[in-house]
Design a protein around this ligand. Structure first.
Ligand code: NDP
Length: 242
């Protein structure tokens, strides 16, 4: 990834942070964007604070990243996201709106600002969005309809980005992680239920690591994936197959 300029949202934690680390290790220049600064021990690259639901924040961050990187970023990783459990009958309109705002609107805003900069500069690039297996399968024991809908939206949005921006040399793909060991995981159900799920619902019978997702993200952003666009790639230990 030497010579590549990457912008990672949600780069202070979990999968986004793992992507930052892997991109840096592979030689890219990276700027991380998150709602809060990373912990001091995790400040491996320049970082910006922005709320991905706020259009002006996102536009400012994309411009500031271009200044830090010496040109417009040519890889965008959209990893900022939230997760909440709420049975569908109890879900409030406000909870629905918050979820869609961060996970779907945030992905749209960052993608549009990123692609706009590349198109204006006449340069190619790649987008890797983070969906979820929750976009692909339902689970009554994990009631997250608003999360699932937001991630299904990310899948559809990614395909449309790929279709509309291919003429500009911009590829867009979406990674759909299964159950990955990040701070977000602590928001999920109780440990015993989690262990039972791993044994019956995941052929590889273990959690995934953020680094394992980051490896796929960086592949999709690299020249090795030059003929891949509009792909929906589960990174889930096989859970969507059974
Ligand atoms: P983390 O909570 O570790 O990281 C998400 C980061 O996004 C946090 O730093 C969070 O900040 C930030 N963020 C949240 N809202 C905003 C916002 N409005 N503006 C800017 N940054 C924001 O979670 P993961 O790394 O696990 O998740 C990364 C992505 O992967 C998410 O899209 C998630 O849905 C997806 N995913 C995760 C799975 C898992 O099992 N972990 C499975 C499937 C998909 P803060 O901490 O302040 O909220």
């Amino acid at each position: 990834m030497a010579g590549r300029r990457a912008l990672v949202t949600g780069g202070a934690s979990g999968i986004g942070l793992a992507a930052v680390r892997r991109l840096l290790a592979d030689g890219a220049d990276v700027v991380s964007v998150d709602r809060c600064p990373p912990e001091s021990g995790e400040r491996a690259c320049p970082y910006l604070t922005a709320d991905v639901t706020v259009a002006a924040d996102v536009t400012d961050a994309v411009h500031a990243a271009a200044a830090l990187l010496g040109g417009p970023a040519d890889l965008l990783v959209n990893a900022a996201g939230i997760y909440r459990i709420r049975p569908l009958l109890d879900l409030t309109p406000g909870e629905w709106d918050e979820m869609l705002a961060v996970n779907l609107r945030g992905t749209f805003l960052a993608g549009q600002a990123f692609a706009g900069g590349l198109v204006a500069a006449g340069q190619p690039g790649a987008i890797v969005n983070i969906g979820s297996t929750a976009a692909l399968v339902a689970d009554a024991s994990e009631p997250t309809a608003h999360y699932n809908a937001s991630k299904a939206g990310v899948v559809a949005l990614t395909r449309q980005m790929a279709a509309e921006w291919a003429p500009y040399g911009i590829r867009a793909n979406v990674v759909c992680p299964g159950v990955i060991d990040t701070p977000m995981l602590r928001l999920m159900d109780d440990p015993a239920a989690g262990q039972a799920y791993l044994e019956t619902g995941v052929p590889l019978r273990r959690l995934g690591s953020a680094a394992e997702v980051a490896a796929v993200i960086v592949f999709l952003g690299s020249a090795d994936a030059s003929y891949l666009t509009a792909a929906v790639i589960p990174v889930d230990g096989g859970s969507t197959a059974i």
